[in-house]
Design a protein around this ligand. Structure first.
Ligand SMILES: [Fe+2]
Ligand SMILES: [Fe+2]
Length: 497
């Protein structure tokens, strides 16, 4: 904690007040020390904490701590929703597609030093908001800089900075908020230990417990993640409409299942689907892994997208196709990934809407969060019991953390922008991922989690890892009931599983 932060907090403590972290940040960034007395005078008598609402000029809707001017990131999130045009004759009404988040293909501007600070700050702000109702959290500095809470029951919200197991087998986490950091001990004799074993770096948690007598250690009794509320009630479309979900087509690979794809393509003409969602890895790419060139039937990236474009053009024209990229696609790998550029999309049919990875799309009002799923590679290595064969379980772990790719600096490259677009907000009705090539679905607190398999048979890498993919599957969701149905195209006739 820097000396300015300490001075601000001390000034409030001298006035007998705790201070909310956002107030500290506001004061640091405004550089106006005279504001402190004004804020103190706005705090009602007997109120223990100076809150953002006590800042002169605060308004409930508009409050946001001031930020330095940053370069235009090229974000297009505020673009008006895209309404699909009617294209075809099978339906009486046009498709209703609204790209809420993740529209656009162009990315401008780079990352500078301050972006990392603001990225994590933004993540903390967003995720801590989901947790505030579950306790009466104190700023961590109130525990570390004063003696008043020693041996008291308190709650704090922090981002996990470090994790280790102690010599006695307990779990120790260092958590941090904008005011300070503290060691939190999860005793292996307590119920909280089971969830603490699944802690991963950079997630945000609320812990309740007791501060040690010297104020250096926090003994956790309970822990909460941002999570999906128990009373979450998904929206269902009032009008008929079906969406088909797929991913990982891997065109250009010698294991791409052309015959099965043709069967799927033909079946779409018989099936009354209005939307087709494709969650990345539409081509196999070039130079993605060592020796890949030996496993490619189309050895140029333009050729791969051209072939994929021809496949799209053979699909029914009146289906709205929403397409987001994956780690095999020829676009920047760091997330959020931009939508595919015109160089490749010029081969696609006109009924294709290009979105980022991730993207939040509403189909007749039903929210679908599309995310390719690169972070599975990280979650599998960090969460006990996690496995490539159980992708739906990991989607639940994403939802509990309200974040698609929680840990920074591992295998999932993340673009540290001023806004953390990987936070799961709003809550979708459907979370659609791919990447692991294994089809699975589960419902968690009203969110339908679907991983959509692949259109590629077992690769040499999967053979080495003993992973059995579930290829040639399409998942159909009825938007009126949110019931998923998995169709298998590996046999001569498509069958529902
Ligand atoms: Fe893939
Ligand atoms: Fe992938």
């Amino acid at each position: 904690m820097n000396s300015i932060t300490t001075a601000i907090i001390t000034r409030f403590l001298e006035a007998g007040l705790q201070v909310h972290p956002e107030v500290v940040v506001y004061l640091q960034q405004s550089g106006d020390v005279t504001l402190i007395d004004k804020i103190i005078s706005n705090v009602p008598e007997k109120a223990p904490v100076a809150l953002p609402c006590h800042i002169p000029g605060y308004s409930q809707d508009g409050f946001e701590p001031p930020r330095p001017r940053l370069k235009d990131s090229g974000s297009t999130d505020n673009l008006p929703p895209v309404k699909a045009e009617r294209d075809g004759t099978r339906f009486t009404t046009p498709g209703d597609v609204d790209v809420v988040r993740g529209m656009g293909v162009e990315e401008k501007g780079g990352v500078d030093y301050t972006d990392f600070t603001y990225y994590f700050r933004n993540r903390y702000d967003k995720l801590s908001r989901f947790l505030r109702g579950r306790g009466d959290p104190m700023p961590i500095s109130a525990l570390t800089q004063t003696s008043r809470y020693q041996q008291q029951e308190v709650a704090v919200i922090g981002m996990v900075v470090e994790l280790r197991n102690t010599a006695k087998g307990h779990r120790m986490a260092v958590i941090e908020d904008p005011t300070d950091k503290i060691n939190v001990l999860f005793n292996n004799k307590r119920d909280v230990f089971e969830e603490a074993e699944k802690l991963i770096p950079d997630e945000v948690i609320l812990v309740k417990g007791k501060l040690s007598s010297d104020g250096n250690l926090f003994f956790a009794d309970t822990m909460h993640r941002p999570d999906i509320p128990l009373n979450n009630a998904p929206f269902k479309s009032e009008t008929p409409g079906k969406a088909v979900l797929i991913s990982d087509v891997h065109v250009g690979s010698d294991t791409f299942l052309e015959e099965e794809w043709e069967r799927f393509s033909d079946w779409l003409y018989e099936f009354d689907a209005r939307y087709l969602l494709i969650a990345g890895d539409v081509v196999d790419g070039i130079g993605i892994y060592p020796g890949q060139e030996k496993e490619l039937t189309i050895k140029s990236i333009d050729g791969q997208y051209e072939a994929f474009g021809k496949m799209l053009k053979k699909l029914p024209k009146d289906i709205q196709i929403i397409l987001s990229p994956g780690n095999h696609d020829a676009i920047r790998g760091s997330e959020p990934q931009p939508g595919l550029p015109e160089r490749f999309s010029r081969h696609f049919s006109e009924n294709v809407i290009l979105v980022k990875n991730p993207a939040f799309v509403r189909l007749q009002g039903v929210g679908v969060l599309m995310y390719h799923g690169r972070s599975y590679d990280d979650l599998i290595s960090m969460i006990p019991g996690a496995s490539y064969t159980k992708p739906a379980d990991m989607m639940v772990e994403m939802l509990k953390r309200r974040h698609l790719a929680c840990t920074y600096g591992m295998r999932t490259p993340i673009l540290a922008a001023k806004e953390d677009e990987l936070v799961i907000d709003p809550i979708p009705e459907i979370l659609h991922t791919g990447h692991v090539h294994i089809c699975g679905a589960v419902n968690y607190r009203g969110v339908l989690c679907i991983n959509t398999g692949t259109w590629q048979s077992q690769t040499s890498f999967q053979k080495q890892m003993n992973i059995q993919p579930t290829p040639a599957r399409a998942v159909v969701v009825d938007l009126q009931t949110l019931e998923p149905k998995i169709y298998d195209f590996t046999g001569n006739i498509p069958v529902m599983e």
